[in-house]
Design a protein around this ligand. Structure first.
Ligand SMILES: [Zn+2]
Length: 196
């Protein structure tokens, strides 16, 4: 993290408050949990408490996701067994594309698309996964307000991928057994070499 406290002048209270307003608070960047950690294969607990802390957590998850250059991140991927995920298929280019999904569920799915997919928890590996072309998801935002959102193609894929995470499912489970075993063997080897 860059050190911002190098200014020789001590900031007055007012100046400090102004700085606080002008810039967003520094975000916590969480390390991403990798495949092999049991938390990734266990369903998350429902989000019950919607408070300032949860809003902070969601913002920190966006920051962590952007830092890792992902388009979606689920709480189990930062070591929290919670039904919370963030999605932004613009990668931070459009603030309005930021979607917080608390307790999400797919309520409608339509069509099928087979596309290559990856996961921040399985870095360096990709595989073709069949996903619905359109999905409608029902969820709550970080304030606890219920909403429905429809996604198409990449957005639909991201919703399904993240909701899978909240159910303890990784994209590897959607691959052919052959492909899945190949990836597992490679990861095992990487782990032996201390590179995973
Ligand atoms: Zn993932």
């Amino acid at each position: 993290m860059p050190d911002k406290s190098t200014s020789s002048e001590p900031a007055s209270g007012a100046a400090a408050a102004e700085t606080q307003q002008a810039t967003s608070p520094a975000r916590k960047i969480y390390p991403i949990v990798k495949y092999g950690d049991a938390i990734l294969e266990k369903p998350g607990a429902p989000v019950k408490k919607f408070d300032a802390e949860l809003e902070e957590l969601a913002e920190d998850m966006f920051a962590s996701m952007y830092a890792a250059q992902g388009v979606g991140l689920a709480a189990p991927q930062i070591g929290l067994s919670l039904r919370l995920a963030v999605v932004d298929v613009t990668g931070g280019k459009n603030p309005e594309a930021k979607i917080v999904l608390a307790n999400p569920e797919v309520i409608h799915a339509e069509g099928e698309v087979r596309e290559e997919e990856g996961c921040l928890s399985v870095p360096g590996f990709r595989g073709y996964v069949m996903r619905p072309q359109f999905v409608t998801v029902k969820a709550q935002n970080a304030k606890g307000e219920s909403f429905e959102i429809r996604g198409e193609n990449l957005l639909a894929r991201a919703f399904c991928h993240e909701i899978d995470h909240l159910n303890g499912i990784l994209f590897l489970q959607h691959l052919s057994m052959l492909k899945r075993d190949l990836i597992r063997r490679k990861i095992k080897k990487l782990r032996k070499q201390g590179e995973w």
